[in-house]
Design a protein around this ligand. Structure first.
Ligand code: FRU
Length: 493
């Protein structure tokens, strides 16, 4: 058996052993830095370190030495990194401000006392552009004043309006905002979340960002907030809230209070946050999540390594009849990696006849787009399959007004027979179906209606899919489809 058959080709994955949340995402001096929750000695979650990869284009990732390891204050859990340009922290040099990482210390010994104050926030800094990191001697910089057992995942940004650093922190099933002039001294500002959004589990990995409204030249604040369990397909999921932030308080529009909005409707996009310090003329907000779900993360059938990130996505707000919707779209660097055109069709589908679009040609990794005007009833289904009998299906059921992703027979699933082999539904009301799909060796990411809906799932085919077909059931329609192979050259950083 090819042991590395699930190794993604265009997604960032752990070099070996365990990976979960993306951490410390900061752009500096031409490099996208990505740190991640990492257990370097086991393919299961354990004492957390920060692994480190860098990229110039968000597609080719080069592994760097581990950036942060546990110390006497605890394990290094999730957090963020910023460029302290004006050296407000004093941790830089006379020439340059430092990169500063802000993370959660999780202290196992303290946890055993049962006092609840085992999570605190610490800093590390780098004065060589992120190559080497030093823990701040005065750690922790934020103790846990109320002894909250879940007090973690700081995301820090500079808030120009109130001239301070703001930290958003997940606390129980709410989040808190803290302010600081220098990243070292923190003052409580406010909290958000009671009675709002999804509360099926603990809140984790928040982010507060300004997102451009498409076509308006304006921005609005969006709070991204992971919750586990309680996600849209059980287990882990990430919700968002659109609102206003005045430097102290985050408030959402009263009309949207009852709706839960998910940044991704699939089972496997979790703990995602956005890069800091992107060049102003870039203008993008770039999001990255972990392609996993705590329901079965430690059972997935990769062996020497375990953990993949989703494809980096640009976030925008779109005005729709449902209000402002947070849209996700693969960064333009993905389309730049398109190589061979695998198939292009414009075909009339007759009900009940499966049309084979491609056969005997390995499909993945693939960037595929298709569109069609939906008939009045029936369904349409795209099937990725192989000679071993694996079939991954993505379809739209007109009568249910919903899309589905079906991984029941997509490949290996015996590692989690109850949770993994499922058909996931996503409600989506449109006359026109516009779909973009990215499939890699162990994942599928689907974007509907130019990103109004994103859907991410792990899949573990026994062999690469090498057949693509489409079928309409109930009534016919015309489909337009084009698929390109993706390829990422080895890094040249
Ligand atoms: C989210 C999370 C974070 C925590 C980290 C530990 O997946 O549980 O809340 O900091 O993972 O690895």
């Amino acid at each position: 058996m090819d042991k590395d058959k699930f190794r993604p080709q265009v997604h960032c994955s752990s070099p070996e052993n365990w990976m979960n949340d993306p951490n410390g995402m900061v752009y500096f001096d031409g490099l996208y830095h990505l740190f991640y929750q990492h257990h370097p000695y086991s393919n299961n979650w354990g004492p957390m370190h920060w692994g480190h990869v860098v990229s110039r284009d968000l597609m080719r990732w080069e592994h760097r030495p581990i950036a942060l390891a546990p110390d006497e204050l605890g394990q290094i859990w999730s957090g963020s990194a910023i460029y302290d340009e004006h050296n407000t922290s004093g941790l830089g040099t006379s020439e340059c401000g430092p990169l500063v990482a802000i993370f959660t210390y999780h202290c196992d010994n303290q946890e055993r006392t049962g006092l609840g104050n085992h999570q605190t926030q610490g800093l590390a800094y780098s004065n060589d552009g992120g190559s080497s990191w030093h823990k701040y001697a005065g750690n922790p910089v934020l103790d846990n004043p109320d002894c909250s057992p879940d007090f973690r995942d700081p995301k820090v940004f500079w808030h120009a309006g109130s001239t301070q650093w703001v930290m958003v922190l997940a606390v129980g099933d709410e989040c808190q905002f803290w302010g600081s002039p220098n990243l070292l001294d923190w003052r409580y500002l406010s909290c958000f979340g009671a009675g709002i959004g999804a509360h099926g589990g603990v809140w984790e990995c928040p982010d507060l960002i300004q997102v451009p409204i498409e076509g308006r030249g304006l921005q609005r604040w969006v709070l991204i907030q992971s919750v586990n369990p309680g996600g849209p397909q059980r287990g882990s999921g990430t919700q968002y809230f659109v609102g206003d932030f005045d430097g102290t308080t985050f408030a959402i529009d009263s009309s949207t209070k009852s709706d839960v909005c998910w940044i991704d409707q699939g089972p496997d996009c979790y703990a995602g946050v956005c890069w800091s310090n992107l060049p102003v003329d870039d203008g993008r907000v770039v999001f990255l999540g972990w392609l996993g779900n705590w329901e079965y993360a430690s059972q997935v059938p990769t062996e020497e390594w375990r953990g993949v990130m989703c494809i980096p996505r640009s976030l925008t707000l779109r005005e729709t009849s449902q209000g402002q919707v947070l849209c996700s779209w693969p960064v333009t660097e993905v389309a730049a990696c398109r190589s061979a055109e695998l198939v292009r069709v414009h075909e009339q589908l007759t009900p009940g006849n499966e049309l084979v679009l491609l056969e005997d040609r390995v499909l993945t990794p693939v960037d595929l787009e298709f569109s069609l005007t939906l008939p009045d009833h029936g369904l349409i289904e795209l099937r990725f399959s192989n000679a071993l009998g694996d079939v991954y299906a993505f379809g739209y059921d007109v009568d249910r007004q919903a899309a589905y992703s079906d991984r029941i027979d997509a490949g290996q699933s015996d590692f989690s027979p109850r949770e993994f082999p499922r058909r996931h539904w996503v409600r989506h009301t449109q006359r026109q179906l516009d779909v973009r799909m990215l499939l890699d060796s162990c994942s599928v990411e689907v974007f509907l209606a130019q990103g109004e809906v994103a859907f991410t799932a792990l899949i573990f085919p026994h062999a690469p899919y090498d057949r693509l077909s489409v079928i309409a059931v109930g009534s016919g329609c015309i489909i337009e489809l084009v698929a390109h192979r993706l390829s990422v050259k080895t890094s040249s950083i």
